[in-house]
Design a protein around this ligand. Structure first.
Ligand code: PHE
Length: 348
């Protein structure tokens, strides 16, 4: 029978084509070749009508069987190819968790932050808690409460950045003295590390720098405790005793007032042209004094009952001294390699 011959030929050529199929695309081409509009199987189905009626039924059954067979095999082979492709992809994307990781550069604290933490630790060991205040401050806290009325010449000591509304960038951390007294009352022991701002810019001054305020308020606090506390702090920070000196000074918010100088790290006083100490041999690191009664009063504490001392340490100076950094501006520069090389020498 002509029909039967054709059916077997189509089955054979389908089986052969299928065995050679390696990709979904090839499989699709085979699907079109046999079951598409002009596909071999389709043509056979169409030619059924031309057969004599007595052959039509059995040929029709055979063709249906072949069609089912072809569809089933296409399906099976499709699944096989997809599985194989998935596996290939999985293998190519497999992550080897035993491989060593790529090198990472590790972060480190900025020398000033490190200094801040170290000094805060020392002061916390002496019973001080950390207080904070805003960097955008009211004149009232930055000056008025600190015994610096508007007419006071001491306002010129700190060239101030003002906002149009009269507020300012705090010129020191001292306003936190008032805020802490108002918030916690007496007795009191606080430090306040933070950024402060002045119109200044040279090798030893930057418009933004870091201070740490300290305030102790208690009954009958002697002057000697202030000197002892500062000396203790400096020695603990440097881990050795650097030459230091207390020098009489003036601040409107303390009376009497002193400044603490430390020997110049750059020249130890041997270079009269030293660009760090300008030949003086000393670097100012802190201002301090016994808190003025007016300031204690502004903090709503009775100055007849309580007294105390306050100090302000320049944290950037302390960092420069400890790490041998000769230009303050390097602290605010993006030149990381300078710091990575152990804080020594000149920046490129
Ligand atoms: N606020 C002073 C300054 O910035 C430092 C200081 C603080 C002095 C506390 C005395 C007491 O120069």
């Amino acid at each position: 029978m002509a029909g039967e011959l054709n059916i077997n030929a189509v089955r054979d050529s389908f089986t052969e084509a299928l065995n050679g199929a390696n990709s979904l695309q090839e499989l699709d081409e085979i699907r079109v070749k046999f079951t598409g509009k002009k596909g071999d199987l389709t043509l056979l189905l169409r030619s059924l009508g031309k057969l004599p009626p007595e052959e039509r039924k059995s040929a029709g059954q055979e063709l249906n069987t072949l069609r089912d067979e072809i569809e089933q095999k296409l399906e099976q082979t499709g699944k096989k190819i997809r599985d194989a492709e998935n596996e290939k992809q999985e293998i190519s994307q497999r992550i080897d968790v035993t491989l060593p990781v790529k090198g990472r550069t590790s972060g480190a604290f900025h020398p000033v932050m490190q200094t801040m933490h170290e000094i805060a630790n020392i002061m916390q060991g002496l019973g001080y808690s950390v207080a904070t205040g805003p960097e955008i401050e009211e004149e009232f806290y930055n000056f008025e409460c600190l015994n610096v009325p508007a007419w006071h010449p001491a306002r010129d000591m700190q060239d101030t950045f003002y906002f149009p509304d009269g507020r300012l960038l705090r010129t020191h951390t001292s306003p936190v003295q008032i805020r802490a007294m108002l918030e916690y009352g007496a007795p009191l022991r606080i430090i306040c590390p933070g950024k402060v701002y002045r119109r200044d810019n040279d090798t030893t001054h930057s418009p933004m720098f870091n201070q740490m305020e300290g305030l102790l308020i208690d009954k009958d606090v002697p002057f000697s405790v202030m000197k002892g506390t500062l000396a203790e702090m400096v020695n603990a920070f440097f881990g050795k005793s650097l030459k230091s000196r207390f020098r009489a000074s003036y601040f409107p918010f303390t009376e009497p007032s002193m400044e603490l100088d430390i020997e110049c790290v750059e020249c130890s006083g041997h270079d009269e042209h030293c660009r760090v100490c300008h030949g003086t041999g000393w670097l100012e690191v802190a201002g301090m004094g016994m808190v003025h009664p007016n300031v204690i009063r502004a903090g709503k504490i009775d100055p007849d009952e309580f007294n105390g001392f306050a100090f302000g340490i320049g944290l950037d100076r302390m960092a420069m001294l400890k790490y041998g950094i000769s230009d303050l501006r390097l602290l605010f520069d993006g030149n990381v390699s300078y710091f990575m090389s152990g804080f020594q020498g000149e920046a490129e």
